[in-house]
Design a protein around this ligand. Structure first.
Ligand code: NAD
Ligand code: MG
Length: 401
């Protein structure tokens, strides 16, 4: 394996921390070049000290001052870069071989796209980038000789189960030969069996208490509503060039089967493992080799059984909204994601109820899909529609709140 110099975008988040954990196990082959954080700047300083990062990226001049203040050791301080443009520039930096795109939300799109355009190995955790700009992103990977390794556990599982062609990290333009369907597993989240009449009263902490995975708060709420699975259906469509009618969602409460590929001959290949993001992260870093992730064995006999069930769309209206958005248009996918980001943020701040998240998304989608929208073949057009939908969704949240 040639030595990798990694830029971790969103290093203080759940994926970011797991990425640093895996990289620390491979000092002879992987080093950290840059780290970024939007908040928790003291934690960023600790990470930069431990990893000897050359560069850090912070959002504002105030955060730069905070970082300088937090740097109390004799070790030379990394170069501090400031602002959103610095994220994209560092992702494209000639010193970087590999970019972990682990910023949450559409805010991560410009830097992930910059990494693809610069022909890097892109480890993509930020699913919102593909939901908002799948076509644009996949074209950037193909046209610039980048490598795309999906980190989202389901897509990583599917990637592992697909035929091992030499160009599989190069953004395919058609479904892999012999594949009938992709089967995305979903845990069903913390409210899989909660009585429907109790859902309007659930709290942010209850929604974030995922039964199997420890994740950031936004994706935890998305997992509870299953909007996360909806985003993943759209993500799978783009990553694997798969038509929407050949992607199926299956509830699997144990979260040990991370997803499956069904072949024309009736075979189903599955990838299993502990629900620990260090496995897909290590796969992306090591590809095409396998490297240590620090994840323990999956004790199948202790587990005893694996269950599978059909998702109930009455319980999970966000899943239906996502399938509909993918069938409607790219504009609908941009709007779905943007409205969700606003609605989840308002829910986390206790300004709207849990069950209102789906209403805000649906009403925003109705407003957007009724309007003429641009072709969305540039980043600027995508970001403009994203911003416009956010203002609509924010207004709708105010009316509910
Ligand atoms: P998190 O909230 O724990 O971390 C987010 C990171 O992004 C932090 O470092 C934060 O400082 C930074 N950030 C937040 N807003 C930003 C902004 N506007 N500009 C720049 N940086 C910003 O999130 P997470 O759970 O690590 O998820 C990160 C991404 O990975 C998300 O897109 C999520 O959907 C995806 N993902 C996460 C998991 C998981 O297990 N956590 C699994 C699959 C996919
Ligand atoms: Mg996932």
């Amino acid at each position: 394996m040639t030595h990798q110099h990694v830029c971790v975008l969103g290093s203080t988040g759940s994926i970011g921390e797991n990425t640093l954990d895996v990289i620390a196990r491979h000092p002879e082959t992987i080093s950290i070049y840059a780290l970024s954080a939007h908040s928790r700047i003291e934690r960023l300083a600790e990470q930069a000290q431990a990893t000897r990062a050359k560069v850090v990226i912070v959002p504002t001049e105030a955060a730069r001052a905070q970082f300088e203040h937090a740097w109390t050791v004799a070790q030379p301080r990394p170069e501090i870069r400031v602002g959103a443009q610095a994220l994209a520039d560092t992702a494209a930096d000639a010193a970087v071989t590999t970019v972990m795109a682990a910023i949450v939300g559409a805010a991560g799109l410009p830097s992930a796209l910059a990494a693809a355009k610069a022909g890097k190995r892109v480890l993509l955790a930020n699913k919102e980038a593909l939901v908002a700009a799948g076509g644009l992103f996949m074209r950037a990977v193909r046209d610039n000789g980048a490598e795309l390794l999906p980190i989202d556990s389901e897509h990583n599982a599917i990637f592992q189960c697909l035929p091992h062609t030499h160009d599989r990290a190069k953004a395919p333009t058609q479904p892999a030969k012999g594949v009938r369907r992709l089967l995305l597993t979903a845990s069903g989240g913390p409210f899989r069996t909660t009585a429907l009449h109790l859902l309007p009263g659930v709290t942010p902490d209850q929604a974030c208490a995922h039964p199997n995975w420890s994740m950031g708060r936004k994706i935890s709420v998305d997992s509870a509503t299953m909007l996360n699975k909806g985003l993943e259906v759209i993500e799978a469509h783009w990553l694997f060039a798969m038509p929407v009618n050949r992607i199926q969602v299956v509830i699997h409460p144990q979260s040990m089967v991370h997803s499956m590929v069904e072949y024309e001959d009736g075979s189903i290949l599955a990838q299993l493992g502990q629900p620990d993001m260090r496995t897909p992260i290590a796969y992306g870093l090591g590809f095409p080799e396998r490297i240590d992730s620090g994840v323990g064995l999956l004790a199948l006999t202790a587990l005893g059984r694996l269950d599978f069930e059909e998702p109930n769309l009455e319980r999970f209206p966000c899943l239906k909204l996502s399938f509909d958005a993918l069938k409607t248009s790219q504009a609908a996918c941009v709007a779905l994601n943007a409205a969700n980001e606003i609605a989840v943020d308002c829910f986390l701040k206790q300004q709207i109820r849990y069950t209102e998240i789906a209403c805000i998304i649906e009403d925003s989608l109705n407003r957007i899909t009724g309007m003429p929208t641009p072709g969305l073949d540039s980043l600027d057009e995508v970001l403009a529609l994203d911003a416009h939908t956010r203002s609509i969704a924010a207004e709708l949240c105010l009316l509910k709140g």
